[in-house]
Design a protein around this ligand. Structure first.
Ligand SMILES: Cc1cc2nc3c(=O)[nH]c(=O)nc-3n(C[C@H](O)[C@H](O)[C@H](O)COP(=O)(O)OP(=O)(O)OC[C@H]3O[C@@H](n4cnc5c(N)ncnc54)[C@H](O)[C@@H]3O)c2cc1C
Length: 542
């Protein structure tokens, strides 16, 4: 069964090895355990529902608790402390577009706010209800999980928007295809959620981000049904798929998603190569992508992340032997771990590997073959369970991510890390901060920074610690040429920073679009746009 207050399945766990815990204690001191409330205690906090009765809507306390929050750190703190604040007034799980339409008409008629809900894996407050005078319905797509159609000639698959990653892949694999979209939240996130929040998968180098995979589909809006037909390409004016990508539930409910799929590859392999220092490593990654070496995946850990990953890997004896070998080959203190993947026919994989290794050799790369790479592949969707292990040792963990041009990568990475490292000084504590680059482009790459810190003396202080780190670093990102999100979206947590990134006219353009589809502001208010400003209101004012 899915955990109600954390990540994933209750039966799955990932342990923190003893030497990993020791490594953290050495750097940031011991963790502080905080008591988690029980599901029964959380249910007791749910107020009476304000929704009119409807046969498709459940108003029981447990459904409302389970849909109240996503997966951000403040969401965790809320669910574990019991300071949940708002709950949806009810949850509906329609089975098809007709039922979605029926629910939207009902909400329109009764002035009910609607939060479209995919897998609830948002880490930016997307699906959290806000305090409102109007009742709030969470509309979950959890029952729309079927591969509805597959055109094997054009390689287009149509899915119910609530299909989660494992069901996308298993239904396609049975027919010899893959979507190739593997965000780390793959286990729970859904194809509709990926589109609505502009997601990026770990193998985006080969398959593309969701923007490239999303071919069309169907959206139920308060103004009617929006059909997005599929074309290989079109110059017939602006592409309306673009307004649905990243719409975060503000324009309508995506009910069907058409995606571009690929035949299953004959071979796939992941390799780990160590580079002697950051400068060589970053230049090597840039060379690989700018020379268009056909890799399917690339990830580069900076020295602190490399050290941390080796410490948390367990198997201390084997890691010591590896470190000795790397030192002998010139990758010592300050080394960086690069994980890369090749996917395709046997010939394509062989050639891609040869090209990559030849480039990496010029930068002092030391290959360790596929042993560590295969381990990464086996465990890649288990990593979110490490949050649970850290929490049970009294540590909180969160990530911040952005993307920027190559010329700015180092400066922005250092700024983010320095900001995070220094912010806990007034609390008398420190954060352990490390970064990897991933999702590489000719122009630049994403920067993904993780920070681990001891909980405060209570939940309120732990939340304050997070707020000060998140807010100052988010501001640093947008003030220094980074996007407020490369892949996690805007939600409510990043909405205050969007105007600085987009500018006044763009914000009004987005506001006008939202208002055209949803004049009464019923759909997921507060997400994406903290406040809706329109071009029309400016004209009226002047
Ligand atoms: C541990 C962890 C790892 C993660 N790793 C990645 C990663 O590698 N790459 C990445 O891109 N993201 C990642 N994320 C973030 C998150 O998984 C993505 O934003 C994901 O796309 C959200 O999908 P979801 O189905 O869970 O959507 P939800 O969280 O349910 O919703 C997200 C937003 O989309 C809207 N929405 C959802 N479904 C629909 C629909 N059918 N119609 C209209 N609007 C809809 C919601 O209203 C909301 O605004 C991670 C999150 C966690 C917790």
């Amino acid at each position: 069964m899915r955990r109600w207050n954390g990540w994933g399945d209750e039966a799955t766990a990932m342990n923190l090895p003893d030497n990993g815990l020791g490594f953290l204690k050495d750097r940031i001191g011991p963790g502080r355990l905080l008591r988690d409330i029980t599901l029964e205690e959380a249910k007791a906090k749910v107020p009476a529902s304000r929704l009119p009765v409807h046969p498709l809507i459940q108003t029981d306390a447990e459904s409302r608790v389970r849909h109240a929050r996503g997966q951000s750190l403040p969401d965790w703190l809320a669910m574990r402390s019991g300071e949940i604040g708002c709950f949806p007034d009810g949850v509906a799980q329609p089975q098809n577009s007709t039922e979605v339409r029926e629910l939207l008409d009902f909400c329109q008629m009764h002035g009910v706010e609607v939060i479209p809900y995919g897998g609830g894996t948002s880490v930016a407050g997307h699906i959290n209800p806000l305090v409102s005078d109007r009742p709030v319905l969470t509309l979950s797509l959890a029952r729309m999980t079927t591969l509805l159609e597959l055109d094997p000639v054009s390689q287009i698959a149509t899915f119910g928007a609530g299909t989660p990653g494992p069901l996308v892949e298993s239904q396609l694999r049975a027919k010899g295809f893959t979507l190739g979209h593997f965000p780390q939240s793959f286990e729970l996130s859904t194809v509709g959620g990926w589109v609505a929040s502009r997601s990026s998968g770990q193998q985006s180098l080969r398959y593309g981000r969701i923007e490239q995979l999303f071919a069309g589909g169907k959206v139920e809006t308060l103004q009617g049904t929006l059909d997005l037909p599929t074309f290989p390409a079109s110059s017939a004016g602006p592409d309306l798929r673009e307004i649905i990508l990243g719409s975060e539930g503000r324009l309508g409910v995506i009910t069907e998603v058409k995606v571009r799929v690929s035949p299953l590859a004959d071979k796939e392999a992941f390799y780990v190569v160590f580079l002697p220092n950051w400068e060589q490593a970053r230049n090597a990654a840039r060379a690989l992508v700018q020379q268009r070496v056909p890799l399917s995946m690339l990830r580069l850990s900076n020295p602190v992340e490399t050290e941390t990953q080796l410490a948390l890997a367990g198997h201390a004896g084997q890691i010591a032997i590896l470190e000795k070998y790397l030192g002998w080959r010139g990758a010592e203190q300050g080394k960086c771990m690069m994980t890369l993947g090749v996917t395709g026919s046997k010939t394509q994989c062989r050639m891609a590997k040869q090209q990559a290794m030849s480039v990496l050799k010029d930068f002092g790369g030391v290959s360790t073959g596929t042993v560590l790479g295969s381990k990464w592949a086996q465990k890649r969707f288990l990593m979110p369970y490490l949050r649970e292990a850290l929490w049970s040792n009294g540590y909180a963990v969160d990530t911040l991510e952005t993307a920027t041009d190559w010329v700015n990568v180092d400066a922005l990475m250092h700024r983010m890390e320095d900001t995070l490292r220094t912010r806990l000084a007034p609390f008398g504590d420190k954060a352990h901060v490390f970064t990897h680059l991933s999702h590489f482009y000719g122009q630049g790459c994403s920067i993904y920074t993780t920070y681990v810190f001891p909980n405060g003396k209570d939940y309120a202080e732990t939340l304050r610690r997070w707020q000060v780190m998140k807010q100052t670093t988010s501001q640093a990102i947008v003030s220094h040429r980074g996007t407020i999100s490369h892949q996690h979206g805007v939600g409510k947590d990043h909405a205050p920073y969007l105007p600085e990134e987009k500018g006044v006219l763009a914000m009004k353009t987005l506001g006008t679009l939202v208002q055209a589809y949803d004049p009464n502001g019923l759909l997921n208010p507060g997400t994406l746009l903290a406040q809706v400003e329109t071009l029309g209101s400016e004209q009226k004012e002047s």
